[in-house]
Design a protein around this ligand. Structure first.
Ligand code: NAD
Length: 497
């Protein structure tokens, strides 16, 4: 029985209004005079139009962020006040949590109930965690020797200072959460920001800008330019007045952003793609591991950078684990994320749906077989939860990021073999190990080349734990104390007193 939620009046009104860019504390039209359509992925119907921001709009936003960083009340604000401002923003997100969850559902296709419990709640928790950092940013006071100045008396210290204007470009899979992962440390350290949300999912960022306005942030501290990646995103990456770029998205675009950053030595952090292994060892409980592996791939419809998209199961459990996951997949209810009983919504776009089916078809042509799924349902952009076996380790299904609900499963015989297979990837974002043998887990953890390794859980993220990738999965870390380092510069001060 369907128990579809009614669209909240505030959401209905928001979707029906004209959307603008948020620049320098004002809602502005784009210089392009053009807009672009957004679609509800569950119905494939047009949701609303947003502004198609230009390089000129981005330049205005960066100028506003520059002025706010250099001259405004924001730059003179003390850590305690910044902490309180961040806390206030988290409170407003909490107040509007149901609205934001429905906006994510309408714009991205994900379940509103899951978005409320996960995406929005993680934003609130993360901003509060980062509010705490505002008062804990420290330098140090080293004793120096200065051998060339034997008669001097020195007082030396190292200051940790805000990096400045941050340009943030994010993907569509967790639109609000990815924006907050960047906004939190930026505000905690006293930076200012220009955000370019994903082409497909800019709505929650526009609501976030409303909350920034309501919280009373000085003009220019936070700016949002909606638009197309190759236009607005590229203009932000190339703007020499940006002091730091932070990007979440594909490895392909991450490379472009990294190259643009190097032209002006802009600081850069990149959170990129993944093809994370889920490893089920011989001593694991196969039913527990199967449930965990299903969650690792099917959460957020497989559109998770650290999704457990490659499954390696000890040969003695392989058939059982694969058939258990297929059983879980076959029972999953697909539908509109406004229905809280739905287990899986649509993918974000028709393009993403086609891309995923392209991989399934290509894999089958290369000899892979379906243990379950592989089909579509409509009219939205749905893909059935899919498990594929008889796959080749060196083939595209195993080596490339599909970014959809498609799991590829392979057996292994011993630990050395599974370490080799797990690390045989250009990515290195996450990995999970399912085992009841603590010694084996400890021996395996250092051998896995990934930024996060989970034991008997997967995609377990916490504001205190740094997140980021080895290899082509990225550069730098988000969250935790590490994030503060990437939003600050060190200044060495030597005083001859
Ligand atoms: P994408 O790289 O196509 O787009 C990401 C963002 O980059 C969007 O805002 C887009 O507008 C912008 N963009 C596109 N072309 C650009 C250009 N030439 N210059 C500047 N900006 C440009 O990625 P996507 O398809 O939106 O997202 C999926 C990808 O994101 C997957 O690869 C996934 O693994 C990755 N991802 C990584 C993480 C992480 O933390 N590592 C988290 C979520 C998603």
């Amino acid at each position: 029985m369907s128990e579809t939620l009614a669209v909240l009046p505030a959401v209905r009104q928001f979707l029906g209004q004209a959307h603008r860019l948020w620049i320098n504390g004002r809602w502005e039209e784009s210089s392009s005079g053009r807009s672009m359509a957004l679609y509800n992925p569950a119905t494939a119907e047009e949701l609303c139009q947003v502004q198609r921001g230009t390089a000129e709009d981005v330049a205005r936003a960066v100028q506003a962020a520059r002025s706010a960083f250099d001259d405004s009340a924001w730059s003179r604000m003390r850590p305690r006040e910044r902490q309180n401002m961040l806390w206030r923003l988290a409170d407003l997100i909490e107040r509007d949590a149901d609205i934001l969850a429905q906006i994510e559902c309408q714009n991205n296709g994900k379940s509103a109930a899951v978005a409320r419990a996960m995406d929005v709640q993680l934003c609130i928790d993360f901003l509060r965690y980062m509010a705490g950092w505002a008062t804990k940013i420290e330098g140090s006071v080293p004793e120096v020797s200065m051998p060339l100045m034997p008669d001097g008396h020195f007082h030396s210290f190292i200051r940790r200072e805000a990096v400045g204007v941050v340009g943030a470009v994010v993907a569509w899979n967790f639109p609000l959460l990815l924006a907050c992962w960047k906004l939190g440390p930026a505000l905690a350290t006293g930076c200012t920001m220009v955000l370019k949300p994903a082409d497909e999912t800019p709505l929650s960022a526009l609501w976030l800008a409303r909350l920034v306005e309501e919280a009373g942030y000085p003009a220019g501290v936070f700016n949002v330019v909606t638009g197309v990646g190759a236009e607005a995103g590229a203009a932000l990456a190339a703007n020499p007045d940006v002091d730091k770029l932070t990007f979440t998205g594909s490895t392909e675009v991450g490379k472009l952003i990294g190259k643009a950053a190097m032209d002006s030595m802009t600081r850069v952090t990149l959170e990129l793609g993944g093809k994370s292994p889920t490893i089920v060892l011989a001593d694991a409980d196969p039913a527990v591991a199967a449930a965990g592996a299903a969650g690792a791939i099917f959460f957020n419809h497989g559109q998770v950078c650290c999704a457990g998209s490659r499954l390696y199961v000890h040969r003695k459990h392989f058939d059982n684990v694969v058939s258990d996951i297929a059983g879980i997949a076959n029972k999953m209810k697909l539908g509109n994320g406004m229905d809280p009983t739905v287990d899986m919504g649509p993918l974000v776009s028709a393009k993403q749906q086609q891309r995923v089916f392209g991989y399934i078809e290509q894999g089958q042509a290369l000899g892979a077989t379906l243990a379950c799924g592989g089909g579509k349902s409509g009219p939205g952009y749905f893909v059935q939860p899919t498990v594929m076996v008889d796959v080749a380790q060196k083939g595209p299904l195993v080596q490339e990021e599909i970014f959809g609900p498609v799991l590829v499963a392979m057996p292994f015989d011993d630990l050395d073999e599974v370490v080799r297979l797990a690390n045989d990837s250009r990515y290195g974002l996450g990995a999970s190990i399912w085992t009841n043998n603590l010694s084996e887990a400890h021996r395996l953890v250092p051998r896995i080349k990934a930024g996060s390794v989970w034991v008997n859980c997967h995609s377990a993220l916490d504001p205190a734990m740094p997140f980021g990738g080895y290899k082509l999965s990225g550069l730098g870390r988000e969250m935790g104390a590490a994030a503060i380092e990437y939003y600050t510069e060190l200044k060495s001060v030597v005083m001859n007193v």
